[in-house]
Structures are given as structure tokens and as C-alpha cells.
Design a protein around this ligand. Structure first.
Ligand code: SF4
Ligand code: F3S
Length: 371
């Protein structure tokens, strides 16, 4: 922990994270990755060891930079902390201080100096039509740069839905031939962290896992870390008790919508989308699409987000009632509290999503939420 110098109050303020918050963050990462709570200490040791900071090269292709924006809004740890202490962000086209030839030279140097050791993160898709002319960087097709840099990387991460499978640019008729990195680098193991944008925690947890255990986390058939994409959003959604009780918003702004009823009839794709949004939420303010009143549109699921019309009702994959939210009928007289339900979810530990919900709520409790 020495590297972070948490005992210096000025430094602590600058970094925006206390030692206690940092350890809590590591604990949450451990639980959300399905590791024992004690692994949080191991993670903390790995990512605060300056000698083991992994060099990261971050390339931008066809995208809106929303994934970077999402990462910039993580606050446990803050982006300054992330850049300076957890990873060595050697090249990032949005955050680079240098530009033009200076930036190109920095990329070349970082790839050469760290061959076989750096993590390549790609944000955005590769246009493969017409010789790749729809995304040129320094006079070269973006795809050529990706191939060249990926050949020397220790691990490749496709961040966001565009990099994972082509995202919204690949929607029919896909005029640029937008292609995701796993398909573009066919034959290379690519970790996909889809989402529009993805949750910064899932990126940081993947890096922390790699750093701590020296291997990639277990991936699903689409190359997504199972700890984050192993469960349906519908399973941990706070509106799930309304779904089970048959209470639906029928139109935006109607009474059911104002009362927080289930958004299924408004086209919510949570029942067919795998992601941990409903368990971890975004940006440490407890926000995620469904709790702002907007249905999930399946942004992290190829063939659903940007493909199935927003207003169509989702196929229901899983009808088992939620293990983490008490049914509506038991909230009065003898029903279990939200806290008890979260704890039970945590004890049911095989359910990674439930563990993440429990960890998140234990964190919220520290902030004074005693619900
Ligand atoms: Fe939540 Fe959507 Fe499922 Fe309703 S349909 S419980 S809003 S995920
Ligand atoms: Fe995307 Fe749905 Fe989560 S729209 S951010 S997968 S709630």
C-alpha cells in the first residue's frame, strides 16, 4: 500500500480515494468476479505494486468515445488514480498530451519497449470495406494499426459494443463493413466487454484479474467475462418484483411508469440481455437505464441492441423469481427487509450476480443507506 501513500491527507484528497474506499473497491471487485472476499487484499496488493503496473495501449476506431467517457466517470478509483497508479496508460488518443507525429512516435516506442507485456484495448469497430478507407489514422487504415499492435500485445480487450461485434455502425446496411475486433483478429483471444457504454468496473475488474491471477477471467462463448455477463439483467432488476406481480408501465409517463413498475411492455430487453448493470449500476451514483425509467435496449447483446426494435417485447428466457429482491406481497407485516434479501443473495454465493448485489449494498450501507 506504500505506493499509494494514503496516509498523506493532501495526496488522498488529490487522488479522491481513501485507503478504506480503495479496499472496499477491491473487495467489491473480488466478489463481483466470483472470488472469495479475501481475494480483495490480493487484488489490492497486485494493483498497488508499481513494478507490476501493466502498460496499456488504447486505440480508437469507429466509435463515439462513450466508452472512454464512461471510464472517466468511475470514481472508485478516480481516473487519475487509475492512470497513475493502477495501470500505465502509455497511449490513449483521447487523453494523450501529444498529437500528430509526437503521438505516433509514442505509440511506436511503447509497442517496441513493451512487446509481449502490454494490454491492448480497442474502442470502436474496424471498417473493412473499400480497403478500410472509412477510418484512417496518420494516413493508415485503422485495421492495419490494430493488426500490427495486437501482434505484440500480451492480451487484447475489445471495449464497448462497437469493438465487440461492430455495434451500431454494423446495423443494416453496414455501409463501412464495421467489424468487431474478435472477428477482425480471428484466431486471437480477445476479451469483449460490450455495452454502450460498458461499465468501467467491468474493464477495471478484468485488468485487475489479469494482473492478480496472471490469466484472463473465464469467458463465455462470445468472449465476455462470465463474472460480468453470466446473468440476465432481468434476474437482479429492482423492478423484477413488479414483473412477477404483473405490474407494468403501459406507456411512458403513465401511472405505472411513475410508480416504478416493470418496463417490459415498453420494450425492455432485460429478460434477454446478459450484463451486470442491474447489480453494479454506473458511476457510483446508483444509476442505470432501468432505474431512470428507460427500458434496457440490450446494448451489450449482439443481435439485440441496435437490431431488435426498441418497442418490441422481449422473449422471456428465465421465469425463476428473483433471488435478491423480495416479492411485493411480503413487504408488509413479516416480509424480509431489502438488506436481509441482499444478504441472503450473498449467501447463495454460487449466484455471482447476487454476490455483486450484496457487495454493492454492503458498500451503500457504509454510505449511510440503512434500507
Ligand atoms: Fe426489469 Fe426490464 Fe425485467 Fe422489467 S423486464 S424486471 S424492467 S429487466
Ligand atoms: Fe445496456 Fe441494458 Fe445495461 S441498455 S447499459 S445492457 S441496462
Amino acid at each position: 500500500m506504500k505506493d499509494l501513500n494514503f496516509t498523506d491527507p493532501v495526496n488522498e484528497k488529490l487522488k479522491g480515494v481513501s485507503r478504506r474506499d480503495f479496499m472496499k473497491f477491491c473487495g467489491i471487485m473480488a466478489v463481483s468476479m466470483g472470488l472469495p472476499l479475501g481475494a480483495g487484499t490480493q487484488i489490492a496488493q497486485a494493483i498497488t505494486n508499481a513494478k507490476r503496473r501493466p502498460p496499456v495501449i488504447w486505440l480508437h476506431g469507429q466509435e463515439c468515445t462513450g466508452c472512454t467517457e464512461s471510464l472517466l466517470r468511475t470514481s472508485h478509483p478516480s481516473i487519475e488514480h487509475l492512470i497513475l497508479d493502477l495501470i500505465s496508460l502509455d497511449y490513449h488518443e483521447t487523453l494523450n498530451v501529444g498529437a500528430g507525429h509526437q503521438a505516433e512516435a509514442a505509440l511506436k516506442k511503447s509497442v517496441e519497449d513493451n512487446a509481449g507485456k502490454f494490454i491492448l484495448v480497442v474502442e470502436g469497430s474496424v471498417p473493412v470495406k473499400d480497403g478500410g478507407r472509412y477510418c484512417m489514422i496518420a494516413g493508415r487504415p485503422f485495421g492495419d494499426i490494430v493488426k500490427e499492435v495486437a501482434a505484440k500485445a500480451a492480451a487484447v480487450i475489445a471495449i464497448g459494443s462497437c469493438a465487440s461485434w461492430g455495434g451500431w455502425q454494423s446495423s443494416d446496411p453496414n455501409p463501412t463493413g464495421a467489424t468487431g475486433i474478435p472477428e477482425f483478429l480471428s484466431g486471437t483471444t480477445v476479451v469483449s466487454i460490450p455495452g454502450c457504454p460498458p461499465n468501467g468496473y467491468n474493464f477495471m475488474s478484468t485488468v485487475a484479474y489479469f494482473l492478480t491471477l496472471k490469466k484472463l477471467p473465464e469467458l463465455d462463448a462470445l468472449g465476455r467475462p462470465k463474472f460480468a455477463y453470466g446473468r440476465l439483467i432481468h434476474e437482479n432488476c429492482e423492478r423484477r418484483p413488479h414483473f412477477d406481480a404483473g405490474r407494468f408501465a403501459e406507456q411512458f409517463g403513465d401511472e405505472g411508469h411513475r410508480l416504478g413498475y416493470c418496463l417490459y411492455k415498453l420494450g425492455c430487453k432485460g429478460p434477454m440481455t446478459r450484463n451486470n448493470c442491474s447489480a453494479l449500476h454506473y458511476c457510483d451514483v446508483g444509476a442505470w437505464p432501468v432505474n431512470t425509467g428507460r427500458p434496457c435496449f440490450g446494448c451489450s447483446e449482439e443481435g439485440i441492441g441496435f437490431t431488435i426494435p426498441l418497442f418490441t417485447e422481449a422473449d422471456i428466457e428465465n421465469v425463476t423469481p428473483s433471488s435478491v429482491h423480495p416479492p411485493i406481497q411480503t413487504t408488509r407485516g413479516g416480509g424480509i427487509s431489502k438488506g436481509a434479501a441482499a444478504l441472503l443473495g450473498g449467501i447463495g454465493g454460487a449466484a455471482i450476480g447476487a454476490g455483486a448485489v450484496a457487495a454493492k449494498r454492503l458498500g451503500d450501507k457504509d454510505k449511510g443507506d440503512n434500507s
